[in-house]
Every structure is written in C-alpha cells, then in structure tokens.
Design a protein around this ligand. Structure first.
Ligand SMILES: [Zn+2]
Length: 159
C-alpha cells in the first residue's frame, strides 16, 4: 500500500495533493488512477476528506451569502449599521470596565478604613429581644468586654 507521508518526497507529495485536488474538483485527466491511489493512501484520503469538507463549506457560504442586486444597498447599510453598533458597544464596554475598576478601588479603600476604624472596639449589646413566646432576655457585659446574652424560655431552655 502506498502512503505519501511515508514513501514520498515533499515534491512528490505536493504533486499528488494537486492531483487529488483536481480529482475532487472533477478536473483530473486520470481520475481512476487517482481514485485507486486515494483508496490505498491514508494521507491522500485525509486530504480528500478535508478538501470535500472545505468545498462543501464554501458552497454553503456562497449559497447563503448570495445577494440580489436590488437588495445590495440595503445589505451594505446593514453591514455599516452593525459595524457602528459594534464599535459603540466596544467603547461603552471599555468605559464600563474603567469605571468598574475605579469603583472597586474606592470600595477597597473604604473597606480598609471601615475595618481599621471598627476592629479595636468590642461589640456592645445595646438591646436584646426575642421572638420566643414568654421568653425572657437578659444580657451581661463583663469587664473584659465579653457580652453574654441569655434567652430563657418558659420551659427553662437556655439559648
Ligand atoms: Zn497519497
């Protein structure tokens, strides 16, 4: 079995690829010979598959992109509009990201200040209440700044 990757020089391989290309396009003068070779050569078979996919893709694109002369000005206008829109979006996104960064920097600064100012103070319980029916709340602040809150329910469960 002939394999171009293993058996051929670069020049020979290019010649065969051109041959395969012509064959795929239906322009080969000795298609039977090429067909026989492709069937037995993994390299050319892969190349043929790629070419056919490419041709099919191009054909599909050409089919969908074909525009009649009467619709052409509208089509161009559509392109121009979508392009303007796209650049507008890109600009606004850039402005947005700059302001977002500014906000984050400001936020980080204020958080830092907030933490710095509040950490030294021990928490103070100013008031305490409970939703438990018939529950009683008492709080007690010790001298070392630890505040304990009791919630005593009617059943004497302590929370
Ligand atoms: Zn080959």
């Amino acid at each position: 079995m002939v394999n171009c990757r293993l058996d051929s020089s670069t020049r020979e391989r290019v010649r065969r690829m051109r041959e395969v290309e012509r064959w795929v396009d239906g322009e080969s003068s000795h298609s039977e010979e090429v067909a026989e070779h492709v069937a037995g050569c993994a390299t050319c078979m892969a190349y043929e598959k790629r070419l056919r996919m490419l041709r099919a893709g191009v054909a599909a694109v050409v089919r969908t992109e074909t525009i009649g002369d009467t619709r052409f000005p509208a089509f161009m206008e559509g392109i121009r509009r979508s392009r303007a829109q796209r650049s507008w979006w890109r600009l606004s996104w850039r402005v947005l990201s700059v302001s977002t960064v500014a906000t984050l920097v400001l936020l980080a600064g204020s958080l830092y200040t907030y933490e710095y100012l509040n950490v030294p103070d021990p928490p103070v319980v100013e008031s305490a209440s409970t939703d438990i029916e018939d529950g009683a709340v008492t709080s007690y602040a010790s001298d070392n700044g630890v505040t304990t809150v009791w919630v005593v329910s009617q059943d004497n469960d302590v929370w």
